[in-house]
Design a protein around this ligand. Sequence first.
Ligand code: SAM
Length: 366
Amino acid sequence: MTNLPIPDNYQQLFDKKITQTKALFEQFTIPEFTAYPSPTSHFRMRAEFRMWHAGDELYHIMFDQKNKKRVRVDDFPIATHLINQAMQSILPLLKFNLPLRDKLFQIDYLSTLSGELLISLVYHKKLDEVWLSQAKQLRQKLLDQGFKVHLIGRAANQKISLDHDYVDEQLTILGRRYIYRQVENSFTQPNATINIAMLTWAINVTKGLSGDLLELYCGNGNFSIALAQNFNQVLATEIAKASVKAAQYNIAINQIENVKILRLSAEELTQAINNEREFKRLKEICLTDYHCHTVLVDPPRNGLDSKTLTMISQYQNIIYISCNPLTLKENLIELTQSHIIKKMAFFDQFPYTHHLECAVMLSKIG
Ligand SMILES: C[S@@+](CC[C@H](N)C(=O)[O-])C[C@H]1O[C@@H](n2cnc3c(N)ncnc32)[C@H](O)[C@@H]1O
């Protein structure tokens, strides 16, 4: 077993990825284009490891994606310093504690720039009172070591949060500090530095746009809250219940008065906008009260379904955030029938991989 070293040629890998991705979009006319590099280490806010039990020893491990062999991970330089410190501190506390160690097969870490940390211990056994009492002591020992830690135990059909199942992140964007609640097992941007760069880009490109903003796939309100300053009102939608709840908290804690979040899938919102179906969840909202000239979408890897794609092409301005250049390209082929690309940006959310986050701003032709 070996450790996981970090390559020393980040700039070269970044340049190559940008060149390849630019080539993918060469059929489009793109007047303005920017590429944002990531910090070269300690950029990942979350990390998940399998646990390896070897006699008395206990290790974090991962599987090599190429040869599927397990790799022992004592040090994980792509993850935050906080995760690395917690990995070092938790092992000796688990190693000789049978109730906590027995059938422990995974540990997930979610860290923040605010210093809060959430650790999920995942088991192949039912968690009982003995486990709970040991887990409380474990948390206390980590707190005593200075970690602002929240601990969760998970097993089949079981989730025990020792205090709560979220962390509160703090991001400073263009001089303003925002609080973002991030819930365990819900989507959050994995690279906080790049997230700040994306939010800054989105604020800058939407400055001076009039009217309201419609947002699909809003998660915990990441873009909605930062962009509220540029619009009269923001109507944001998201499918996952836990993220909607976090978004509602985030609106309140950041004292944002012009954002409304609704739990609706993109497909449902499209049906509602097309007057194909009525939704109880829209009872208190009159869609025609919104004057949205701009729509922002940040879909999962599969991109937009054809109905949502047609629906968003009605809007004057489209901001498309994508974690998959291939589906973005397919969707842009459709969108450039009615819109021109004004700006494009690449964000290295996932250094040392072939993945790249892209953002595009389009405006309606004519
Ligand atoms: C790439 S994430 C972006 C989240 C958010 N914009 C952010 O910056 O953190 C995609 C989000 O879409 C949500 N989602 C997945 N499928 C969806 C659907 N069919 N309709 C609406 N939201 C969906 C996920 O729960 C997730 O929060």
